[in-house]
Design a protein around this ligand. Sequence first.
Ligand code: F0G
Length: 347
Amino acid sequence: MYQGLIDRYRKYLPVTSKTPVISLYEGNTPLLRAKNLERYLKLSNLKIYLKCEGFNPTGSFKDRGMTMAISKAAEARAEAVICASTGNTSASAAAYSARAGIKCIVLIPQGSIALGKLSQAMMHNARVIAIKGNFDEALTIVRKIGEKYPVTVVNSINPYRIEGQKTGSFEVVDFLGKAPDYHFIPVGNAGNITAYWKGYKEYCRGKLPRMMGFQASGASPIVLGRPVKHPKTIATAIKIGNPASWKQAQAARDESSGVIEAVTDSEILNAYKLLAALEGVFVEPASAASVAGLIKHSGKLKKQGDKTAVCVLTGHGLKDPDRAIKSIKQPVVVEPTLEKVVKEIKF
Ligand code: F0G
């Protein structure tokens, strides 16, 4: 039986027989072919695959990094871990810490995290501290606490997070038999693009993909070349103005002849709705930035020969039900009679 990504990819990860593996059997997520989207975009030469990371135990790709970070924290007998988060990291850190019996402290930007994520951190008994500020301010505080107090930081500045997350590329390569030509990915704090690129470089014998990273246009420091003091976007997961792995993301872009560009909130919402309506895949808004990026490039992609693209869908749609309900036509309400219902269905 599948027992999580440390078990599967042990020889590529910094673990030993002494490392206590803290796992919720994360990873092994579906790579779905998106034929309806290919047809809709008239991209007959492009095979689009969706790496559905919302299928991870806490509903996002963060579980890949967290199984590593918490296992290593347990190995080092850490008593507490801490992170700043736009929501998913805190949900994942809280769940894995609960399983490891380690205290978990999370700092979140007040009012800027999706309800599903907040409920997860609370249910797993994390100490949740909402700060009257944004993610970047929360991360600055967390870094200082990590330097001064006996607590392990489990943001992606913790190298074990990147190690775990690189297994996403291993799975893509194992499934396709090679790397895709293009790898589309949302960029927030820039840990995941760093991890996927590291994973491709370590695991792939043939040609490497072009890394296509996308930030939300109101939170696009790497695109602008300067930090954004007051980031704004409906994609709260990537509402980040000063990414920790900025340099590594640029390196991934440049070494792979890729891009890091911006997509607007309306492009993100369009991709978000298309994925749900055409492919049956419900993601959270930030995740749709990868597909919004692909749509933005579809004109250029059409002019190429046969190619393969992977879009990472980083988090599940149920994380942020409020946004879903705000984005779509509301259900009709009718009297509870057969006639009224039949009339409404318009048979
Ligand atoms: N997509 C989702 C759903 C995320 O939660 C995040 C980051 C990203 C994309 C961007 O990934 O930061 O590695 O570039 N969420 C972090 C958090 C910041 O706190 O949960 P990244």
